[in-house]
Write a protein that binds this ligand. Structure first.
Ligand SMILES: Cc1cc2nc3c(=O)[nH]c(=O)nc-3n(C[C@H](O)[C@H](O)[C@H](O)COP(=O)(O)OP(=O)(O)OC[C@H]3O[C@@H](n4cnc5c(N)ncnc54)[C@H](O)[C@@H]3O)c2cc1C
Length: 681
């Protein structure tokens, strides 16, 4: 039914879109799909990827009218797409070919040899158009760890101003959750998050968040969890009403396109090409000295980007960059582009007959992700409150809900996941014997062949685990069934709750590489899920504990039985097996072009410049040096904000030096008239 309504709306929406589009076409700036036209001029900065990071950069760099910015984005501008805009449609843009690259992993031995989805946004706005509306930061120690990895200037204190610069926060309702005495988001406001481009708000009664959230919280609080009213202030642990990137007034998603790009689209120095895929980075031939591929001796100069479209895969265009090429194609695509351009592991590149211009074996390596497990609980028939299952059980209610949203911006179509909890293992001593877990981890790590960068990461990660101050685990909740990837589809007429458990500091580390020279093909993604038994064993203990909470009062009194995993999952071995079989990704792959010192295996410097190049940066989730225990988009935005400042400052200094080096304008020597008496000068 909903689909029919969407299609009915579509022609109107697209008509509006076409008008905007043709207006942009008439002028030499704006958004275009004309591949040839985009190449008619050069740009100071070419940004590959108009996604989360890319559009922050586009906005901030184009603030100075003297800099010209060209963005190349593979997806299209879709300002009227309900699957993006409507909060209650979270998750439905996934697997849609007009929005999602639809990547999958290679077969993963750690999850019973399955291949799982690894979606990424292929649309202007990138993955920020597909998020499930969880918007948060990690803890102070996690960002300080980036500096500890050797990245000077990347710590909590340096990133904090960029986090607050990003947002305009509308605090949530007070007293909405038990134990939350302060309005959620109030602290952010205090910290200055009041005029940034991303609109942040909270679910409330008008968003159909049901009393289930309240009883769920009570059960967790009864089992050792605690509340945190200020999770964005440097300590992210605890439970809270989660911030969501939703414009409170309009009740639509706030993402990089409508936050960072659309408001500045009339800037005459900003050009966006959509529907075009970068296929190669171009370099100044003179900067490619023969036989020198080692990073220390190289100073490659990027001069532009080659691009095309899979619709006509033999035609290529090239566009010139006057100053820099910035890759923001995301953690799964930026490494691919580097490798196709000859930057990567020379052995791998040779196997594809690609000439290595820079041998950086860590390109595409060091990729970290977060793990997730979903568990379904069947509710009793005589429950006091509805769940979102009513829209499945009684499809006739769906059009009314849709109309309510369209008319008032309220109801289930304005709701998204409302509440998350973040904890170290030590919060739940009944579930985790930390010293035993650490002992086993140490044995595993001692046997593993670790690269220097992973050794450094694991040293920090292990310390965080032992200290017990920062998040390792996350838990979330949805008042509906059918969320879990399950053997048991929801029963007609019945209602469910879903408990979602996450492991946010796994040790498994994988990679993403090319597996063909075809630039339009998907990369080969091998996250090596559950490479270390720590990951699935902690996942199993956590998911098992979450069941104990779900069956405890007050929420437990409403539950008839666990469905997935079934009731007879009781021993640790059975939970281990469940967690290996049903692991999914939280879709937070990071680190594939890690920012770290070159001598431990970094790909980019603290200025996110690719080592061995003068003017090629990678600014996206791939540059995170070590994953954070939070959902990733806010951090990606903050990274791009900080990099924008760095690029602008560098340019100011460069321009200043240039002016200082120019010969000083000297005044001509004064002509002195001869002394009328002596006739001398
Ligand atoms: C389904 C899903 C749900 C998520 N939910 C959440 C959530 O609730 N909360 C949260 O914080 N995070 C969430 N994330 C993660 C978050 O969205 C990402 O970490 C973040 O957006 C990554 O930003 P990025 O700039 O690195 O990449 P992206 O935002 O993915 O941007 C990369 C852009 O580059 C483009 N591109 C790629 N290759 C090329 C090329 N060759 N030429 C031109 N353009 C190219 C892509 O089309 C894309 O637009 C989710 C991710 C997904 C996929």
């Amino acid at each position: 039914m909903r689909t029919a309504i969407l299609f009915a709306l579509a022609p109107l929406a697209y008509a509006a879109h076409e008008n905007k589009f043709s207006r942009a076409e008439e002028r030499p700036f704006g958004i275009t799909t004309d591949l040839a036209k985009f190449a008619e001029q050069s740009y100071d900065y070419i940004i590959v990827g108009g996604g989360s990071a890319g559009l922050v950069l586009a906005n901030r760099l184009s603030l100075n009218p003297q800099y010209t910015i060209g963005v190349i984005e593979a997806g299209q501008w879709q300002p009227d797409e309900d699957l993006i805009n409507v909060p209650g449609m979270f998750g439905r843009g996934r697997n849609n070919a007009s929005l999602d690259w639809n990547f999958v992993t290679t077969l993963q031995p750690g999850i019973h040899n399955q291949s799982i989805q690894q979606p990424r946004g292929k649309v202007l706005g990138g993955s920020s158009a597909l998020t499930y509306h969880n918007y948060n930061r990690g803890s102070r120690e996690e960002y300080d760890a980036w500096a500890e990895m050797g990245n000077t200037g990347w710590d909590w204190e340096s990133l904090f101003p960029y986090f607050t610069k990003l947002d305009t926060v509308v605090p949530g309702d007070v007293g909405f959750l038990p134990g939350l005495t302060q309005r959620p988001g109030e602290a952010n406001l205090r910290d200055g998050a009041s005029s940034g481009p991303v609109s942040v708000s909270y679910n409330g009664n008008d968003t159909a968040i049901t009393p289930w959230v309240e009883v769920w919280h009570e059960s967790w609080l009864n089992n050792g969890a605690y509340m945190n009213a200020d999770p964005e202030g440097g300590n992210s642990t605890g439970m809270t009403l989660t911030a969501r990137p939703v414009d409170k007034e309009k009740a639509v998603r706030s993402y990089s396109t409508n936050a960072f790009l659309e408001p500045v689209m009339d800037r005459k120095n900003l050009y966006v090409l959509t529907g075009a895929e970068a296929t190669k980075i171009l370099f100044d031939e003179a900067s490619l000295p023969e036989n020198i591929t080692n990073v220390e001796e190289s100073e490659l100069v990027a001069t532009g980007v080659e691009y095309g479209t899979p619709l006509n895969s033999t035609i290529r265009f090239s566009v010139k960059a006057n100053r820099e090429v910035i890759l923001s194609a995301g953690s799964l695509k930026s490494p691919q582009l580097l490798e196709l351009s000859g930057i990567g592991n020379s052995t791998l590149l040779e196997s594809f007959n690609i000439t290595t211009i820079l041998d950086i074996p860590e390109v595409g390596e060091n990729m970290q992700d977060h793990l997730e497990w979903n568990a379904d609980y069947l509710l009793k028939e005589d429950i006091p409150w509805e769940t979102w299952d009513v829209y499945r059980n009684d499809p006739a209610r769906d059009p009314a809900a849709w109309e309510e949203y369209k008319a008032n911006r309220t109801g289930v179509y304005n709701s998204s996941p409302a509440t998350l909890g973040f904890f170290p293992l030590q919060t739940f001593p009944d579930a985790f014997n930390v010293s035993e877990i650490v002992e086993e981890l140490d044995r595993e790590l001692a046997e593993a062949d670790l690269t220097p960068i992973r050794k450094k990461q694991f040293e920090i990660q292990r310390r965080h685990l032992v200290e017990g101050k920062v998040t390792q685990l996350e838990v979330a909740f949805l008042a509906r069934g059918g969320v879990a990837h399950s053997n048991y589809p929801p029963l007609p007429g019945r209602s469910y709750l879903t408990a979602i458990t996450f492991l946010l500091r796994p040790y498994s580390t994988g990679n993403v590489h090319i597996n063909t020279v075809d630039p339009f093909a998907a990369p080969s993604i091998d996250p090596r899920y559950n490479q270390f038994s720590f990951d699935w064993k902690v996942g199993a203990l956590w998911t098992k504990f979450a069941r104990k909470v779900m069956l405890s009062d007050p929420i437990g009194q409403y539950i008839e039985r666990p469905v997935q995993p079934p009731e007879n999952t009781t021993t640790l071995e059975e939970w281990d097996d469940f967690c290996r079989e049903w692991t999914i990704s939280v879709w937070h792959p990071v680190g594939s072009t890690s920012m770290a010192p070159r001598d431990i295996g970094g790909v980019v410097s603290p200025k996110m410049v690719v080592y061995g190049t003068k003017n090629l940066r990678v600014v996206d989730a791939g540059s995170m040096p070590i994953n954070i225990a939070a959902h990733t988009v806010a951090t990606v935005y903050a990274m791009a904000e900080k990099m924008s400042d760095t690029i602008i400052n560098d340019r100011r200094i460069e321009d200043l030096n240039f002016n200082l080096q120019r010969p000083l304008k000297t005044d001509p020597a004064p002509v002195v008239a001869p002394n009328p008496i002596t006739n001398e000068n």
